[in-house]
Design a binder for this molecule. Structure first.
Ligand SMILES: [Zn+2]
Length: 278
C-alpha cells in the first residue's frame, strides 16, 4: 500500500530533518574501491554519498576520523529507505495522533480530579475544562461515548460514578500513551496493540453512531478504520498476506544492500562547488 506519491522522495525529506548517512566522511583515507561511497574532491574536501537518499554531499575532510578505511560492506550502515521508510513515516503519524489523544485524556483526568476532589474555588474552571474535554472526546476516538456522556453529566455524578469515569479516562490515557511511544519506536507489538484496541472499541463506536450521528464521529470512525486496515494489510499482522515472515522477505527484497553498498545508483556529480557549511 503506497501512501506517499511516487514522485516524492521520502528519503530526501527524512535526510533534510535527520541528516545524511555518509560513512565516507568518517574515515581518514578513501581507497579506489570506495568510489561508490566517497570520492576525493579537493585537498580539503570529498564527495560523500548518502546511503539513505543517494545524494552526493561535498564535505570537509574529517579532522578526527573514526577509522583509517571504510568498513567491510557487511559493517556499513543500512538506513531505512524506500517502502520501509515510507511505513515509518505513516506509523509515526499514527503515533502523533495517539500522542495528542494521550495528552487530551490526561487533561481530562486532571479536570475530573479537580472537579470532584479539588479546591472548591477551582470547581467552575474545572467544569468548563470538563465540558470542553467532553466535546473533544466526542470526535477524538469514536468509542469514547461512555466517557463523553460521563463528562457531560459530571456535576450530577456521585463519588463512585466519578471514580469510574476517572478510571476510564486514565485507562484511555495510558493506552494511547503506550501506543504513541512504542509505535514511534517501531515496535511490532504496539501495532498489534493498536489494532486490538481499535477492534475492541468498534462495538462502542457503532453504539455511539446509533445514538447520534455527527460529522466528527463519522470522521473519527473513518480514521480508526483506516488505521486498522493499514496496519493489518501493510504490516501483515495476524498472518495477513503471509504474516511476519512474508513481511520480512518483502522488506529484504525492497533493499538490496549488497548492491547498494557496491554501486552508486545515480550518476556521480562532477566536482560541484563546496556547499557544505563549515
Ligand atoms: Zn541523505
Amino acid at each position: 500500500m503506497r501512501v506517499v506519491p511516487q514522485h516524492w522522495r521520502v528519503e530526501a525529506l527524512w535526510c533534510s530533518t535527520s541528516g545524511h548517512v555518509t560513512p565516507a566522511d568518517q574515515v581518514a583515507t578513501l581507497r579506489p574501491q570506495d568510489g561508490s561511497l566517497g570520492i576525493n574532491h579537493k585537498d580539503d574536501s570529498r564527495l560523500c554519498r548518502c546511503l539513505r537518499c543517494d545524494d552526493w554531499i561535498n564535505l570537509s575532510n574529517p579532522t578526527e576520523p573514526e577509522s583509517e578505511f571504510l568498513p567491510e560492506p557487511d559493517d556499513l550502515p543500512t538506513p531505512e529507505r524506500g517502502k520501509a521508510l515510507e511505513e515509518i513515516v505513516v506509523i509515526r503519524g499514527i503515533a502523533v495522533i495517539r500522542g495528542l489523544h494521550c495528552i487530551f485524556f490526561s487533561l481530562a483526568v486532571i479536570a475530573i480530579i479537580i472537579f470532584e476532589w479539588g479546591l472548591p474555588g477551582l470547581r467552575d474552571e474545572a467544569q468548563s475544562l470538563v465540558e470542553s474535554a467532553g466535546a473533544i472526546a466526542d470526535g477524538s476516538r469514536p468509542g469514547n461515548s461512555l466517557l463523553v456522556s460521563g463528562l457531560e453529566k459530571i456535576s450530577s455524578l456521585d463519588a463512585g460514578e466519578a471514580l469510574k469515569l476517572l478510571a476510564l479516562a486514565l485507562g484511555y490515557a495510558i493506552l494511547e500513551g503506550i501506543e504513541a511511544v512504542y509505535l514511534w519506536r517501531g515496535k511490532r507489538w504496539a501495532e498489534y496493540l493498536t489494532v486490538i484496541a481499535v477492534a475492541a472499541l468498534l462495538p462502542l463506536t457503532v453504539h455511539a453512531l446509533i445514538e447520534k450521528v455527527t460529522v466528527f464521529r463519522i470522521l473519527g470512525l473513518a480514521i480508526e478504520l483506516a488505521i486498522l486496515i493499514y496496519l493489518v494489510w501493510t504490516k501483515r499482522l495476524f498472518g495477513a498476506r503471509g504474516g511476519t515472515s512474508a513481511y520480512e522477505r518483502e522488506m529484504a527484497a525492497d533493499t538490496n544492500w549488497e548492491q547498494l553498498h557496491r554501486v552508486a545508483p545515480i550518476q556521480r556529480p562532477t566536482a560541484p562547488e563546496s556547499d557544505h557549511p563549515d
